[in-house]
Design a protein around this ligand. Structure first.
Ligand SMILES: *Cc1c(COP(=O)(O)O)cnc(C)c1O
Length: 360
């Protein structure tokens, strides 16, 4: 298998040794053992700290997309009104996912290089449409942007909208997430971004209001949230608990909390500023528009003039650096450096930028 000395993909990121070790060594029979329940509840507690929430945390086996689908399928019935505030691939995508479930979706859309602004337009849409759920994406990874959510949360609360659904898969751990202060009911995270764990676990906070709705909807399926409500109390999980995955997440969250969340946020900020500054000095255009908030966890920039993504990617790989392209309307135009989790490392990012400078 080919490995690259300078990995800069925005997830899955490089898994540090301490997490690899516990992942390989964790062993148990899951639901039969009190030790698993203990591990699970301790992991829940750590994730609550990262989300700044008192709400329940559900930890599931499956990538980030599992949490995205699970929360929609567990909370929505056909005809439910969903207001999607979208600034990129995931934002618009969540609207399409809700629509595929029969929801009545209205989108307040921004262009892919923008972050949430024009609160008056959003407020008017909330007042007129009276949605059951508002959806938003915190870090819009394909665009390298970070949406401010405080104001949106304030509107959700002021208009007494039942559910606020937020995808912070690529934000949690690298930037502040204030799930309770921002009135988030379903706050979605993944293991393989800023937490630097293997790409197989996802987690979300579930507010009391969300549990009430989940119970009333009664969705049944492999990805259903309902069976998790009493899982700890009843010591009965909907499928064989994944010791390895939960143990990895436990250690990953512990590493972040040992570092200190503020220190982690500062590390991500510093690395991201340096990355953007050096790209601009080289004459590479950043993708986010002036006025948009760039994400501290991932930088999106325009592929240098006259080069295709394939040529650019090949050049960088030949020099040992792997970056990511992008998706949807950004495919072939944008490349991305994922400085999140273990990869928010000043030396690693400098090596990556040296390769980029040499490849121009
Ligand atoms: C990575 C990511 C996800 C989850 O995607 P997976 O393919 O399941 O890893 C969801 N939302 C955002 C914003 C992400 O960056």
């Amino acid at each position: 298998m080919k490995t690259y000395p300078i990995p800069m993909v925005p997830g899955p990121v490089v898994v540090p040794d301490a997490i690899r070790k516990v992942y390989l060594d964790a062993y148990g029979s899951g639901d039969l053992e009190p030790e698993f329940v203990e591990l699970y509840t301790r992991t829940q507690r750590r994730l609550k700290t990262i989300f700044n929430t008192r709400d329940d945390i559900v930890i599931m086996t499956g990538e980030g997309m599992l949490a995205l689908w699970s929360a929609l399928k567990s909370c929505l019935v056909p005809g439910d009104r969903v207001l999607t505030v979208a600034t990129g691939v995931f934002g618009y995508g969540i609207g399409e996912m809700a629509q595929s479930l029969g929801a009545d979706v209205k989108t307040v859309g921004f262009s892919y290089d923008e972050t949430i602004n024009d609160m008056a337009r959003i407020e008017a849409a909330i007042a007129e449409f009276k949605p059951r759920m508002i959806t938003a994406v915190h870090c819009e990874t394909p665009s390298g942007t970070l949406n401010p959510l405080e104001e949106l949360g304030r509107l959700k609360n002021a208009y007494q909208i039942p559910l606020f659904y937020v995808d912070t898969v690529a934000g949690a751990g690298g930037v502040p997430v204030l799930a309770d202060d921002w009135h988030i009911d379903l706050c979605l995270g993944g293991a393989q971004k800023c937490l630097s764990a293997p790409p197989e676990m996802s987690f979300l906070s579930v507010s009391p209001k969300a549990w009430e709705i989940i119970d009333a909807v009664g969705y049944v399926g492999y990805d259903a949230l309902n069976p998790f409500r009493q899982a700890v109390e009843n010591r009965y999980f909907p499928y064989t608990p994944n010791w390895q995955g939960v143990a990895a997440l436990y250690v990953a969250a512990g590493l972040l909390l040992d570092e200190g969340l503020e220190n982690s946020f500062n590390r991500h900020d510093r690395v991201a500023s340096r990355c953007r500054q050096r790209l601009v000095e080289m004459g590479i255009d950043l993708f986010p528009a002036a006025g948009a908030v760039p994400s501290p966890t991932v930088t999106a920039a325009k592929i240098p003039q006259g080069l295709t993504w394939e040529t650019w990617d090949r050049r960088l790989r030949d020099a040992g650096l792997v970056v990511a392209g992008s998706y949807g309307p950004l495919a072939g135009k944008v490349f991305r450096l994922g400085h999140m989790g273990t990869q928010a490392d000043p030396d690693l990012v400098d090596q990556a930028l040296d390769v980029i400078a040499g490849a121009l």
